[in-house]
Design a protein around this ligand. Sequence first.
Ligand SMILES: [Zn+2]
Length: 157
Amino acid sequence: MTPRILSMTDLISLEVGQDFLDRFERICEFLGVEPDLNVTVFECSSLEEFNQMTGMGYHIGAVYVNGVVYTQPFAILKKKECFEDIILHELLHHVLQLNFHLPHWAEEGIILTLLGTKPEEIFGYHRECLLRFSEEVTYEEIPHFVDRYRRSHLEHR
Ligand SMILES: [Zn+2]
């Protein structure tokens, strides 16, 4: 078995479709950012490979690092019925890092809030981030909150 490497654009057209894209674009509009899809997806061929590549336990479905999303085998995530949400979660790390200098806990908290993740559905670090964020910022306040961390256009050059 070998890993599969594909672009985010291909993943969307092959695996998830227009509804996913609409959902992503609505969130980007809410955040006031361009819906950037310039991401590579690295689908590990097995859980062992995922663990070796990322150092993550099996309760983490995917990881975003510098423009690349490393995922567990798609079939496993689909079986757990979390495939779309996990891909969208990682894609939001990408657009948030591209546009804002957010503290990591806030970045995680924003994504979990935007995707409607409930604290009882998660544990460990993710749960801490969600609880901390929800104590400080409501859903409606997210655009105003992220604006304070927006990168200047000069940085992109
Ligand atoms: Zn995350």
